[in-house]
Design a protein around this ligand. Structure first.
Ligand code: ADP
Ligand code: MG
Length: 337
């Protein structure tokens, strides 16, 4: 057996990137989360060839100062938490400090940013894992993240990418999720030079309509259920609007899109008597609860979470959905607007 040795930094990042960046859409998700965490109110996405060739995300958020650009690209470096304690009261979408490091390990990355206080913007580039020193650049307040040639340096991973169209569809899904939960942010998406989606800032019901269509909004009952320190809001489609797949199931916990079997089960049970077995319910639901009641650090992509009291939550969701299907109302809660 060979001697045990510490792997080079780039290889460590490339291995770790496997967990965070499965495909261009996962990079897009991370980059959008960073823009949201930076309080952006406008985010423009430009993709070439399904995001494989290039993705460029421009936000108008708080920006990254010159001296922070290199730390931002360094693994386990984050401005969002500093102690174990913080992990239990997370309100930001990011906290692992590995997204930019991972993305730059499997693509060529250009990071340009301007804050409120600098005379001009600064730019750093990462090529094959090596970072350049910051250079002056031109940009108004905000950040541009540009990633080129996904997995060009890792042919084994590149092989697993699907067609341009499929990768593009995954990117679209990422945008839809973010657009649904953040109607207070404007989003645009261009693909191969063509504007494909534009979501202006609006209220939640208009945003749901813009993302999921008029038909969906015509067929929903609203939910607004509150218990001690937990609240469920949103819309569930009436059984007539059922789907042949899970394609219209959006569940957010504290503004984070998640997939969870327990939640899926609770909702399914609520539809039990009104939905055929081979049909799937459609819903957009937002759960707000104390961050200390959930553990978001279960999975690198942060799309799975653990609840402290899963049974109580199951009951709560089941009853809320069942009640709303039994007595459908269209009134959205003003706080959601
Ligand atoms: P995390 O989001 O988990 O902190 P990332 O690797 O995604 O880790 O980002 C590292 C750091 O870079 C963030 O903590 C943040 O300080 C900074 N950053 C990244 N993207 C942006 C952005 N669009 N605007 C402002 N700061 C950003
Ligand atoms: Mg992040």
């Amino acid at each position: 057996m060979a001697a045990i040795k510490l792997l080079p930094e780039l290889l460590i990042n490339q291995i770790a990137a496997g967990e965070v960046v499965e495909r261009p859409a996962s990079a897009l998700k991370e980059i959008l989360e960073n823009s949201i965490d930076a309080s952006a109110t406008r985010i423009d996405i430009q993709l070439l060839q399904g995001g494989i060739k290039q993705m460029r995300i421009t936000d108008n958020g708080t920006g990254i100062a010159k001296d922070e650009l290199i730390p931002a690209l360094t693994r386990h470096s984050t401005s969002k938490i500093s102690s174990l304690d913080d992990l239990h009261k997370i309100t930001s979408l990011g906290f692992r400090g590995e997204a930019l490091a991972s993305i730059s390990a499997i693509s060529n990355l250009v990071l340009t940013s301007q804050t409120d206080t600098q005379n001009h913007a600064w730019q750093v580039q990462v090529n094959c894992g090596s970072i350049t020193q910051p250079r002056p650049a031109a940009l108004s307040r905000g950040t541009v993240v540009e990633a080129h040639d996904f997995f060009a340096n890792i042919p084994a991973r590149r092989k697993f990418l699907k067609t341009e169209t499929t990768e593009y569809t995954h990117c679209e899904d990422v945008l839809k999720r973010m657009a649904l939960v953040r109607p207070d942010v404007e989003f645009t998406l261009e693909h191969n030079g063509k504007l494909r989606h534009q979501y202006p800032i609006t209220d939640i019901s208009q945003r749901i309509k813009a993302v999921l269509g008029e038909d969906f909004m015509q067929s929903v009952a609203s939910i607004n259920e509150q218990a001690a320190d937990i609240r469920l809001q949103g819309v569930v489609a009436l059984p007539a609007y059922s789907r042949a797949s899970r394609d219209t199931q959006y569940f957010f916990v504290n503004h984070r899109f998640i997939r969870d079997r327990l939640i899926a089960h609770a909702i399914r049970e609520a539809y039990r008597d009104v939905l055929h077995l081979d049909r799937y319910p459609a819903f957009v639901l937002f759960l707000e609860m104390n961050p200390s009641e959930v553990d978001v650090n279960v999975h690198p992509a942060k799309s799975e979470i653990k609840f402290r009291d899963p049974r109580a939550l199951h009951q709560f969701i089941f009853h809320a959905v069942q009640k709303s299907l039994a007595r459908p109302s269209k009134e959205m809660h003003p706080e959601l607007v």
